[in-house]
Design a protein around this ligand. Sequence first.
Ligand code: BJ8
Length: 426
Amino acid sequence: MSDTATDYRQMWADLGLDLPMHDALLEAVGGMYGATFMSQSNRPEGMGYLDFVMSEVHGLRIKELDDFRKSGGKVVGTYCLYVPEEIIRAAGAWSVGLCAGAEWAYDEVEQVLPRNTCALIKSMMGFKLGKVCPYLEESDLLIGETTCDGKKKAYEELGKHQNLYVMELPQMKRDKDLAFWRSELVDLIGKLEEMTGKKVTAESLATSIKEVNDKRRALQRIAAARAADPSPISGLDSLLAVQVAFYDDVPRFTQSMNALADELEKRVADGIGVAPKGAPRILITGTPMALPNWKLHEIVEKAGGVVVGEEMCTGSRYYEKLVSEDAATLDAMLDDIAEKYLDINCACFTPNTGRIDDVIRMAKDLNADGVIDYALNFCGTYQIESAGVAKAVQAAGVPVLRIETDYSPEDVGQLSTRVEAFLEML
Ligand code: BJ8
C-alpha cells in the first residue's frame, strides 16, 4: 500500500476521505497483502507488476483518475460483471470495478441495511459511508444493476449519497429477454453520451471491444497455464490478476499480463511450479471475491493445495467469453455485446444450469482433484444453487466441499480444519 506520508494526502483530503480511517484501512490491507502474498515462495517475476500496482492502489492509480478527470474525462464505477466496460470506454469514460471485499463501517451500514445482508453488499455500503474509498469518490457515475434483491435494494440507499444509474437486468435468457437487455444497452449509451458529451460510434466501440478482448485474452493465457502440473502460478496470484483487471489501465495491464503469461508458459515448459507436482488441485466456484478478499485461497494454499481455477465473476466468468470482433455496424456490435453479456452464468438467473456445465468442464480441463463451492452468508441465490452444484459435480466424479463464510477472520481456524480434511481425503 502507499506510504501514507507521501504527497497523496492532499489528493485524498480533496476527495473528502476520512483520513484517519483511510490510514487505518491502508495499513490493514497493506499488512494483509504482505503476509498473504509476499510470503509465497517461488513466485513468477511478472508478479512484480501486480505488487507495484497494489503498492500504489490508492496512490498512483488514483492520481491517474484524478488527472483524467481534471482534463475533462469521466470515471464510471461498477459493481457487477453485467455492466459492459466496452460501452463505457467507447463513450470516452474510464471504468473502475469497485471493491467490496472487506468489512468496513458495519456499525453505520447496519443503520440502513439489515444485519443479515451479504458481506459484499455491506462492504459496498461501508466503503461509502466510511469515506475510505478514493475510487468511489473519483466516480462521476455509479452504475448498478438489478441482479439479486439485496444489491437492487441497497442501490436505493447508495443512490442517496452518489450519482447512480441502475440497469435493469432480466432474470431469464429467452429471446425476449435478450431483446430487452439490448434495449438497456441502448439506454446506457444515451446516459453515458449525455455525461461525457461524446458519441459512441462504430469506430469507438470496435476499438474498445478489441481492447477489452485483448485484456481477457491475456487472462485466458494465464488461466490456460494453470492447467499444468505443477501449476506455474499460485491461485492467490491468479486471483489477484483478475481483481486488478477491474480497475487498472487497460492497455498497460494487458501488456503486463501477456508478459506474465510468457513467463508462465516458459515455466510450464521447464516444469517449474509453485507447489510440488501432485499437490491437490482445487477449483473454486461461487460468489465473487472482491479485493481484498483472499481468505479462502490463502487457507487452501497454506494447507498444501493449489487453486487452479475460479468459476466465479472474479475468475472465468470475467475472461472466458469474448465479444465478437466481426461486426461492422454499431447495431451489430450491440447485438454481440448483448449476447455475450447475457451469456454470463450468475445465480440471479433462472434456470442457471450453464454454471454447472462450466464447473464440470473446468474441473476436467484443469485436472482438478476437488471443487470447493463458496457462498457468502446471506447470499440466497448462491446458497440455494450450492446443493445442486455439489450433486452434479459429485456425480461427474469430482469431490466437493461446500463452504459458507463472510469476510471476518473469525472462522479461519474452523475453515482451515475443514479444508485440510478435504485435501487429505482427495
Ligand atoms: S454477475 S455474481 S457480480 S450479481 S454475494 S451481492 S449475488 S447476495 S455478487 Fe454478482 Fe454480478 Fe452475479 Fe457476478 Fe447478491 Fe449474493 Fe451478495 Fe452477490
